[in-house]
Design a protein around this ligand. Structure first.
Ligand code: COA
Length: 278
């Protein structure tokens, strides 16, 4: 759906880009001409992904093994990245989440999630932003968030709270850095199956109904659908969009807000509708 040179000449860093959604977004950026940088905690995973993408697409991929919770490591990574030219795109994708009852969470458990999701996104954004502003270089930041940031989310309170913070950061800096040529956007994906999220958030036996049936579109999202949205939003074609969070979830979150009766009515027969009218 895009010009194949949509992201040509752009250098993009994707945090947590070795696996899952981050990897799919990176693959699409490369297909569209971007030079890719991925970071994550596990060097072997990054090496494997970089090798796979290089073989598949023939482009340039660099890797940095670091934890987004470590602000000094992020700063060192940015310095290294900038040595071969400035970044143009930052994708805050790295996340941490697990299901737990809030009253059982230790402070360290809450910190683990918030430090990755909110502090990690802020450290990366600030490290890239200050370099862009200093050099008068344009840049765009895309953060992966969740509709739980708008609705709240029972049993994943820390993640919902942290992602709400990321949305507030996105809006705040869109205004503060807009005059300096830095754009910030967010994307809230619904159900896009990945190993990491699925095992953590939808363990076998936890579902009262198949997850995909809870989506008005009646299916899971495809990674390419998310990757295309993320490509458009960081491209120069989206230069007038900033501070915005885009939901891509087949309508799932509105159905949840509407409650279970909406869901049931989607499958009513004509007889049921006739009975209702009577
Ligand atoms: N329920 C309750 N508490 C938990 C927990 C769970 N499932 N998992 C970890 N914790 C607590 C630990 O008990 C610890 O607290 P304590 O010291 O008071 O006991 C604290 O969280 C930190 O745990 P630790 O294992 O040291 O943290 P970590 O930083 O190594 O790992 C994550 C935490 C979130 C990074 C880890 O789960 C992870 O690597 N996740 C993969 C990435 C991810 O979650 N992606 C998102 C997919 S949706």
């Amino acid at each position: 759906m895009f010009r194949t040179d949509l992201l040509k000449g752009k250098k993009a860093l994707i945090t947590g880009g070795g696996t899952g959604l981050g990897k799919s977004i990176g693959r699409r950026y490369m297909e569209l001409g971007a030079e890719l940088v991925i970071c994550g905690r596990r060097k072997e995973v990054l090496e494997e992904t970089a090798e796979e993408l290089r073989k598949e697409l023939g482009g340039k991929v660099s890797i940095f093994s670091c934890d987004v919770r470590d602000s000094a490591a992020i700063d060192t990574m940015m310095t290294e990245i900038w040595k071969t030219g400035p970044l143009d795109i930052l994708v805050n994708n790295a996340a941490g989440n697990f299901i737990a009852r809030a009253e059982k969470l230790s402070a360290r458990a809450f910190d683990a999630v918030v430090n990755i999701v909110l502090h990690g996104a802020a450290y990366c954004t600030l490290a890239a932003g200050r370099r862009w502003i200093e050099a008068g270089h344009k840049g765009s930041v895309l953060s992966i968030v969740t509709t739980a940031a708008m609705t709240g989310s029972a049993f994943t309170m820390a993640s919902a709270a942290a992602k709400a913070g990321v949305i507030a950061m996105t809006k705040s800096l869109a205004v503060e850095w807009g005059p300096k040529g830095v754009r910030l956007v967010a994307v809230a994906p619904g159900l896009f199956p990945t190993e990491g999220a699925w095992d953590r958030l939808y363990p076998a036996g936890s579902q009262v109904q198949a997850q995909e049936l809870g989506v008005p579109a009646r299916r899971y999202g495809q990674h390419i659908e998310l990757a295309n949205l993320c490509s458009y939003l960081v491209s120069d074609e989206a230069a007038y969009i900033t501070g915005e969070s885009v939901i891509i979830d087949g309508g799932r979150w509105m159905q949840y807000v509407g409650g279970p009766s909406n869901r049931a009515m989607q499958d009513w027969t004509d007889e049921q509708w006739d009975a209702m009218r009577k």
